[in-house]
Design a protein around this ligand. Structure first.
Ligand code: FES
Length: 116
């Protein structure tokens, strides 16, 4: 039996308190990014083939909003609502990842948790 989707797009919608030095993707607009991706997938006729899902922290908080496309494992960082249509049209329809949005995985910064 084939997998139910050709691709899955995970969008971190993790939320942390405003006092947490790590920040969170929810405060950077991740829910709007997820909604825009879902709408663009539907508009492009990819519903049922490509699924956009909310995820927990993807451990790339310093570059959020964090998005990853599987199975190819393309990571996008600092994604905004305005970028959703381009990701869908270029990458998910056209097969060309959006280079300007690729996450710099080598530049990820680990911010320690706040002291309790
Ligand atoms: S809070 Fe989004 S990657 Fe960690």
């Amino acid at each position: 039996m084939p997998p139910p989707y050709e691709r899955q797009v995970f969008v971190c919608t993790n939320e942390r308190p405003a006092t947490d030095p790590r920040g969170c993707c929810k405060d950077k607009g991740s829910e709007q990014v997820l909604s825009a991706l879902k709408k663009a997938l539907k508009d492009q006729g990819l519903a049922g083939k490509v699924r956009a899902n909310a995820s927990g922290c993807l451990d790339a908080c310093s570059q959020g909003v964090s998005v990853v496309v599987y199975p190819e494992g393309v990571w996008y960082g600092k994604v905004s609502q305005a970028d959703a249509e381009e990701i869908v049209a270029s990458h998910l329809v056209g097969g060309r990842p959006v280079e300007r949005l690729r996450m710099d995985l080598g530049a990820l910064k680990k911010v320690p948790k706040a002291e309790k």
